[in-house]
Design a protein. Structure first.
Length: 140
């Protein structure tokens, strides 16, 4: 014998057994939550590769590039890489948009890139704080 109305039962009231009814999640709500998380994450566009990567705020540009299959290094750079410590200067990238969305240039970058344009960065030293467009192996 049911004590609640049909509407109450459909809205999640407990049936006579005392067990709560199962409510299914709305897939459109889940999708919109995922979309909003992606939209809030910085977007890195790799121009030459025509590839877009999403990164958490504060992520290392070199790490995100390598994680997404982007080749940062020339032939010689691959043999001389320091592994991301800013010592070799082989992960040079050109920032064509969004320079203000990266961390400021470090002293290491100022030394390694003193003869390069101001929009050149070492990917291993740049932290992503917003959207940016990047050209890998500039001048090649």
């Amino acid at each position: 014998m049911q004590t609640g109305s049909k509407e109450e039962f459909q809205q999640g009231s407990e049936p006579e057994s005392g067990q709560p009814t199962e409510q299914k999640a709305d897939p459109t709500v889940e999708l919109s939550q995922a979309e909003s998380q992606t939209k809030s994450m910085p977007c890195i566009t790799f121009v030459k590769e025509d590839k877009v990567a999403f990164a958490a705020e504060g992520a290392n540009l070199r790490f995100k590039a390598l994680e997404n299959g982007i080749d940062l290094y020339t032939f010689m750079g691959k043999m001389m890489t320091c592994g991301g410590y800013g010592q070799c200067g082989t992960c040079v990238v050109e920032i064509v948009e969004g320079m203000e969305n990266l961390s400021p240039r470090t002293e290491v970058e100022d030394r390694k890139l003193r003869k390069k344009p101001d929009n050149y960065r070492l990917a291993c030293q740049a932290l992503v704080q917003g959207d940016a467009s990047v050209v890998t192996k500039p001048g090649k």
